[in-house]
Structures are given as C-alpha cells and as structure tokens.
Design a binder for this molecule. Sequence first.
Ligand SMILES: [Zn+2]
Length: 271
Amino acid sequence: MKKAVWEQPGSLAEAFWKNGIADIPIYDMHGHMGSHNAIYFARCEAPEMVAHLRRIGVRRLVFSHHYSLMGSFRNQRVHAITARFPDILRMYVSISPHQTDFIAEDLDQYDSMAPLAIGFKFLPDYHKVKVTDPRYEPVLNFASERRLPILVHTWGGSQFDGPDVMQEVATRYPQVTFFMAHSFSGDLPGAKRVADACPNVYFELTSLPGQHTIIERLCADIGSHRLLFGTDMPWFDEYQHVGGILSADISEDDKHNILYRNIEKLLGKDW
Ligand SMILES: [Zn+2]
C-alpha cells in the first residue's frame, strides 16, 4: 500500500505532522477579523489570532476586518490594529460599493495606510453589486495606476463575481493583479476559462481544502504556479487548511508554490 504523505521521509507533510509547525514560510492571503453575527469563533481578535498564526508558522496574514467590510468601522481603524502586529499582519482596504463617500476618503488616505495596506478587498456577491459596476471603478483605476492587488470574493454561478464578470474586469484592468478568493468555488471549468484568458489572475484557495480532490484538480487544470494559500481565518482554522494542502496528492513543488513561492514572486519577500 502506498504510504500516506505524512509518512514519506523528508516531505513537508512529515515535518509538519511531527513538529506541528511549518518549516517553510506560509503566506495566508485571505483573512478576516472580528465577530460575525451568531457565528462562534474560537479566536477572532488580533492578539489571539496572531498567537495562533505564530504557533503554526504563518509569516503573513493579509486580512479585511468584518466591520470594515460591512461599513460599521473604517479602514483607518483596521490600520491601527494592523500596526500593533507589523511583523505578521497586513491589511486589505475593504471596499463597500454602498458607501462611495468612504471609497473616496480611503483612496485619499491610502498612503497613510500603506505599506501595512497592500491592496483592496471586494465582496461583490455579499454586497450584491456586480464587480463591473461603475462604483468600483475609482478603486480599479487606483489599483491599476499603482499596480496593487485586489482580493475579490468569487463564486461559481454568481452574477456579481462569477467567471464571466471577473473575466471582463480582469481583461479591462491588465495592470491589476486579481486574487480570486475561493477560486470560483463550484465552477472549475469557469476558473480554468478565466485562468487561460487572464494572466493577471491568481486563484486563492480558502474553503477548498475540505473538498475531496479539488486541490489536485486545480493543480492539474490551472497549475500550482497560479494558486495562492488562504484560510478565511477565523472562519477556517490554519491547521485545517495547511493540513489540507500538505496532504493533497500533489508534488512537493506544488505545495511550495501554493504556500509561499507564488506570492513571493509577485510581491517579493520584503513586505
Ligand atoms: Zn473571506
């Protein structure tokens, strides 16, 4: 019988299973923070989250705060939280298309939030506003001028952030690097279509490692050089998602690509 991946001597999985901490840098490109309605989170505030990230060996978590996504507090406040843990936390400036006055202010103040702010976060399916809506344009233009990444929630079948509209927007803004959060969950052919059409698009893996063989299929169909690691922390646990990548039936190279190499190629190591 084939040995389990964590029994294979010298593998990333073996080291992780043995030590409980990764011996490679891990970049979690999709996190949140703060409580959320009636959901119980074991840890959702910065000090507890950071302690957990250190435990598992995450080098960077880039997050958007639940409250800033919903407009109940502002990105400057998220910046103050991020600045308490500058060795590990980075933020996305959260965009709500329902608050265009906030958007103008956030773009004005972007420089005071960088370099801890590395780009923007869109949540079109939650805000029920298509990513092609003109309200997103000021941010897309700003990101395009400065070549900043945007993490966009994407979902198979969504009219707001599904493959068709995302392909349209990624084609229109070739200077923006788009991180497709959840990789169009449920629509692998759609994800492949966008991957083939738009070289400025990367696919982020939040919520997928729990689905049987999806990591393997994404590596086969799109290629591990286009995949990025993320967890939606505190919605999912770092251990579950890192374990899901390390125990997937993919090559060691694929795992290195997903967990840190791709993002270091895009953003460097010094950020
Ligand atoms: Zn998320």
